[in-house]
Design a protein around this ligand. Structure first.
Ligand code: HEM
Length: 373
């Protein structure tokens, strides 16, 4: 009798488990189908998605980068002759705009409807909560606090710091050439050291010494953040990009542990030191510290925003500088023209590089912005 009861009980448990699994599967399939009907429901031309990566399935096994995947989307819709189209990144819908006028509307005229870059953030890792990832009212609120930081007057005060860093780079290059002029110069690394020094000085008010020490802390953090990914970090990045809601629920961070610890501790120590010693500096961190003392930012917010300015400032600028120099190396005539333009303006100001001298170098600016190529 006891054995029969046990068997009935076991069978009931198995049936319940099977029904639960089946129902969950049906709900999951319906949910995925609903997510993947987003563009169809809106009558927007779209590319057929493949679960689980949506239209990003070409990432595996071929390892096509997000940049190239986006280019393929653009080309596909352009070939179809449509001004916009829909794709999916994981389960999230993404709009691809192929018409420059529409793109301008998205970025400028109608930006209030497109105020979310879709960058991952999670409250479980305060370093991920910053102006680049914030959206809507939260972004507007943060943005209004930082805008006064980037006035022309403030830029001019930063200029001396930038010039000092460029002199250090110049000395480094001269020394390298003097030692062995046949040696190749890694220009990406040179630019990365330069922009790390600049960002370290204007944002954190510290001398990074990236040229002096190969393993200088801030330069190392830059490498860790953008170049050196361990398997587990890559997996986390993938999860947060393709399944942000699940990642947020699980508290997954897209910033490596070591980088998070470094910036969290550096900012905390700097804030504590300046507050205790009553020290005030002319850097962006000071703006954040002042906002904190006015009750407008928490310490976690100071950490997140300071980190973002490092990440957004150094890598973008070093890549832009590298690409510009690369193009100039390929096109000697443009290089000669830039050089002549720079020298003629320098001669006018007795060789002194100032904020205004630099602003007068219109052709250099055009080349940097890619207009001349
Ligand atoms: C050549 C260098 C740079 C390039 C190509 C670049 C590129 C970009 C792009 C494409 C965006 C997004 C714009 C948008 O969504 O409309 C952005 C935003 C941002 N960048 Fe840069 N950037 C550069 C340098 C810098 C530097 C030096 C800093 C700071 C020190 C910086 C800080 C930021 C911040 C804070 C945002 C977010 C602004 C906001 O949400 O209001 N960037 N950048």
């Amino acid at each position: 009798m006891f054995i029969i009861l046990l068997q009935i009980f076991r069978m009931e448990a198995v049936v319940t488990a099977l029904v639960t699994i089946f129902t969950s599967l049906v709900i999951a399939v319906l949910y995925v189908q609903y997510c993947y009907s987003y563009w169809k429901r809106r009558n927007v031309p779209y590319l057929d998605p493949h679960f689980p990566l949506g239209n990003h399935h070409t990432m595996f096994p071929k390892g096509i980068s997000i940049g190239n995947i986006s280019r393929q989307f653009y080309q596909e819709f352009k070939n179809r002759g449509v001004k916009l189209g829909g794709v999916y990144m994981g389960l999230q819908p993404q709009l691809v705009v192929t018409d420059p006028l529409l793109a301008k509307n998205v970025l400028i005229t109608d930006y209030q409807h497109f105020d979310d870059r879709g960058i991952y953030k999670t409250k479980s890792a305060p370093i991920t909560v910053n102006i680049f990832a914030q959206a809507g009212a939260e972004w507007k609120n943060a943005r209004s606090k930082f805008t006064p930081t980037f006035t022309v007057a403030k830029m001019k005060t930063m200029f001396d710091t930038v010039r000092t860093c460029s002199e250090i780079m110049e000395q480094h290059l001269l020394k390298t050439v003097e030692e062995d002029c046949s040696k190749d110069i890694d220009i990406l690394e040179t630019m990365a050291c330069f922009t790390t020094d600049v960002i370290g000085a204007v944002i954190f008010g510290i001398q990074c010494n990236s040229f002096k020490y190969h393993d200088a802390e801030f330069r190392k953090m830059g490498r860790d953040l953008f170049e050196e990914f361990h398997y587990i970090d890559g997996l986390k990045l993938f999860l947060t990009q393709y399944f942000p809601r699940l990642s947020d629920f699980l508290g997954v961070s897209n910033i490596q542990k070591g980088v998070t610890e470094f910036f969290t501790n550096s900012v905390k120590e700097a804030v504590e030191y300046r507050e205790k010693a009553g020290v005030k500096r002319q850097d962006f961190l000071q703006t954040l510290i002042d906002l904190r003392s006015q009750g407008k930012l928490t310490l976690d917010e100071v950490i997140g925003q300071a980190f973002l300015f490092f990440a957004a400032g150094f890598e973008t600028s070093s890549n832009a500088g590298t690409m510009c120099l690369y193009e100039l190396a390929l096109q000697q005539d443009l290089q000669d023209k830039v050089r002549a333009n720079v020298n003629s303006i320098l001669n006018k100001y007795n060789g002194e590089v100032t904020y205004d001298t630099l602003n007068e170098m219109k052709y250099l600016n055009q080349v940097f912005e890619g207009e001349g190529f």
